[in-house]
Structure formats: structure tokens, C-alpha cells
Design a protein around this ligand. Structure first.
Ligand SMILES: [Fe+2]
Ligand SMILES: [Fe+2]
Length: 381
């Protein structure tokens, strides 16, 4: 496979930007065209934060792309919390994640407040919030976390581990760190891992470098000064953002979101620009396809990742067929025409679709409809 680590190529700096652009564009196209559009999920295993799967199409770091699926910015992972599971760890990062409960029920702890959720509810954790989640003691829960790498491209990947899981599993190449009283205070990443030439010690708790920044934003009051120019509007915006996150819901409930019969089929949106919530990484909707039926056909600039919650069927992507079943991930590259088919004549299919919010901000969010879902004329409005 073509190299996607250009910083390892010594002559990289000697060529023009335009030359490099076309070389990397060609390499990426080779990767996208060679990767499967339907993936079996990598299973959850014990981690230092609890039972979770690896990110399915690369971690949130921008370098970790086009290794498993043909997507640049989208990835996801799963947290599996069995009944009576050990308590999970707690952590904090900058942008707001979305966590969708695919089975069971549980709770989410955000900066001292607990929010309960049921199956098919979506949790939204506001920025800078220390968070921890758990499953119902009797039935546990499974959580699907659709993600975008946008946050790394913005230089805002920062994450802190506040507390380890009750039974942490430290990966190969690391070792736990203890203080003089044998208390676990962090872990050491040993030199040699990912080419590092010195050990890196990672300590539990808020990082002194960013604590002041996070605290200042979280404690900002509403702007009371004059708003006389464009710059003032951004001073006012900070207070508005903080107030919004303090008053907005942390759980978008399945029962509260309407099903809509659209040209693409029967959709239930959870996040999009007009939904009041702090989630801004990905736009999300559920889609139900009746037994033996199909979605509409459409095309958009944004790439798309879809988790199959229930059912079996296949997709057609630019004329090519891709079979899928419950638990699989469909990966639709940017600019590809696509349609979903339910291959089961007796049961509906349930899909959760994610698309990067960034395309909307860039003026590239529009959708081109090629063919309507067969039920639209009868049920749509
Ligand atoms: Fe998180
Ligand atoms: Fe789509």
C-alpha cells in the first residue's frame, strides 16, 4: 500500500506543494479504491478505561486513516458494559462526543450530574466535561460512538484520563506508575512504541497546561459589555456558548424525536444544525427500511458511516454491490451514489447513519436525490 506517512520521506520538503498534492491525492485514491465498503466490527476488549473496542476505521488522530475503511474523517468505537461490570474510568476532552445506546440501558455521569438513558437514546457530553458511563446492573448496555477526526485537524485533540477503570488493562508497551504509597497515578509508554525515543509518562488528572483554559471557559458569565463591532460579537459568543451548554439536554431521547417519511425513506434525526444540543462532530439519523424494501438513492459530498443495528441486506455504491448484516459497518466514500436494500422480506432493517458536520460548515452539505424511496409517494409529505 502507498505510504501515508509523508514525514518519513526525507525528500518531502524539497518538492513543490502542487507536486506533493497530486502525489498524495493519487496515493489516497488508490487506498480508497482498494478498501472494503462493509466491515465486520473489531470486538471490544478490556482497556484502561473499561471494556471498549478499538476505533473501527482508525483512531481520532489524522495520521491513522485509510488503513481499514475507505473514509478520511469518520470512525467509531463501541463500549460494551455487561451486567455487573467493573466501574469504568472517567476522562475529559474538548469537543462534545455522541454516544448511542444500541442495547440495554445505563447512566452517564457528567461533572457531578447523572443522566439515565434507555435503548436508542443518544447521549451528548458537552465540551470540557469530565464524563463516565455505566450500564444497568442487571442488563448492562452497549454503546456505539460515531466520531470525526475533525478535532485533531483543528489542533484540539487534547484528552485527559481522570480515573482508570476498576480493573484497568494496560496495553503492551506500557506499565502502570505508582507513587511512594503504592497508589496508581498514571502509566508509562515505553520508548520504542510508535518510534518514540524516550519514555512518556501520562499522569491521571487534569493537565496543568489546559486546566486554566477549560476553567476560564466553563466559568465565563454572559457578556454584559457593549456589542459595537464584529470583535465584540465573538466576546459575547463565548458567554452564549457556555450558557447554551449549561442549559441544554445531555440525552436526546428516541421517544422525543419524530419519525419522518422522506424521499430517502423513514428517518429519525438525532443531531443536525437545527437540533438544540452541544453535539457538533457528526450529524446522525436512524433509518428504518420496511421488509423487502429499499431506501432512496442519493449522493452527497460528505463521506458516510452506517452501523447496522438490526437486519440484513445490501448496498449499491456507484453500481457495485456490498452485502451487510446486523453489527456490520457500511463505509460510503465521499461523492459516491448509494442506496440501501433490505434483503429480509419478513423484518425491517434499522440503520444508524453518521456524516461529518464539517461539510455543512464548508457549504458542502447539500444532498442530491437520484431516486425516491418506494413508499415516499404514499407516506411522505
Ligand atoms: Fe469521552
Ligand atoms: Fe447517504
Amino acid at each position: 500500500m502507498a505510504s501515508l506517512t509523508p514525514w518519513e520521506i526525507s525528500e518531502e520538503l524539497t518538492y513543490s506543494d502542487r507536486l506533493k498534492r497530486f502525489v498524495h491525492q493519487q496515493r489516497e485514491e488508490v487506498c480508497v479504491n482498494g478498501l472494503p465498503h462493509v466491515l465486520k466490527p473489531l470486538p471490544p476488549k478490556a482497556t484502561m478505561n473499561g471494556h471498549s473496542s478499538p476505533h473501527q476505521t482508525g483512531d481520532l488522530i489524522c495520521y491513522d486513516i485509510l488503513n481499514r475503511g475507505p473514509l478520511h474523517i469518520l470512525t467509531c468505537h463501541f463500549s460494551d458494559i455487561p451486567a455487573n461490570a467493573p466501574v469504568r474510568g472517567a476522562h475529559r476532552h474538548i469537543s462534545a462526543p455522541t454516544l448511542f445506546c444500541t442495547a440495554g440501558k445505563g447512566w452517564e455521569w457528567n461533572d457531578g450530574e447523572t443522566y439515565n438513558f434507555e435503548v436508542y437514546d443518544l447521549l451528548v457530553v458537552p465540551p470540557y466535561t469530565i464524563h463516565q458511563h455505566g450500564g444497568d446492573r442487571d442488563v448492562g448496555c452497549q454503546i456505539y460512538v460515531p466520531q470525526s477526526r475533525m478535532i485533531h485537524a483543528l489542533g484540539l485533540l487534547h484528552r485527559e484520563q481522570i480515573k482508570f477503570a476498576d480493573k484497568p488493562d494496560f496495553p503492551d508497551g506500557t506499565e502502570p506508575l505508582y507513587d511512594s504509597e503504592k497508589k496508581l497515578i498514571g502509566y508509562r509508554i515505553k520508548k520504542g512504541i510508535l518510534g518514540i525515543t524516550e519514555d512518556i509518562d501520562v499522569y491521571l488528572g487534569p493537565s496543568p497546561d489546559v486546566e486554566g483554559v477549560f476553567r476560564a471557559r466553563l466559568e465565563t458569565k454572559e457578556w454584559s459589555g457593549a456589542v459595537g463591532n464584529t470583535y465584540d460579537r465573538y466576546l459575547k459568543l463565548l458567554g452564549e456558548e457556555v450558557k447554551f451548554c449549561k442549559t441544554i439536554t445531555h440525552v436526546i431521547r428516541f421517544e422525543e424525536q419524530p419519525w419522518e417519511w422522506t424521499r430517502q425513506g423513514c428517518l429519525k434525526w438525532y443531531t443536525h444544525p437545527q437540533v438544540d444540543c452541544s453535539a457538533r462532530r457528526v450529524w446522525l439519523y436512524l433509518q428504518e427500511i420496511p421488509p423487502g424494501s429499499r431506501s432512496g438513492t442519493h449522493r452527497h459530498m460528505a463521506e458516510e458511516q452506517i452501523f447496522i443495528i438490526n437486519g440484513r441486506g445490501y448496498d449499491i455504491h456507484d453500481g457495485e454491490r456490498w452485502n451487510w448484516q446486523k453489527g456490520d459497518l457500511i463505509n460510503i466514500p465521499a461523492m459516491v451514489e448509494h442506496q440501501h436494500f433490505n434483503a429480509d422480506g419478513g423484518n425491517p432493517v434499522l440503520l444508524m447513519s453518521s456524516m461529518p458536520s464539517t461539510c455543512t460548515d464548508l457549504g458542502l452539505g447539500g444532498i442530491e436525490q437520484v431516486e425516491d424511496a418506494p413508499e415516499y409517494n404514499e407516506k411522505g409529505s
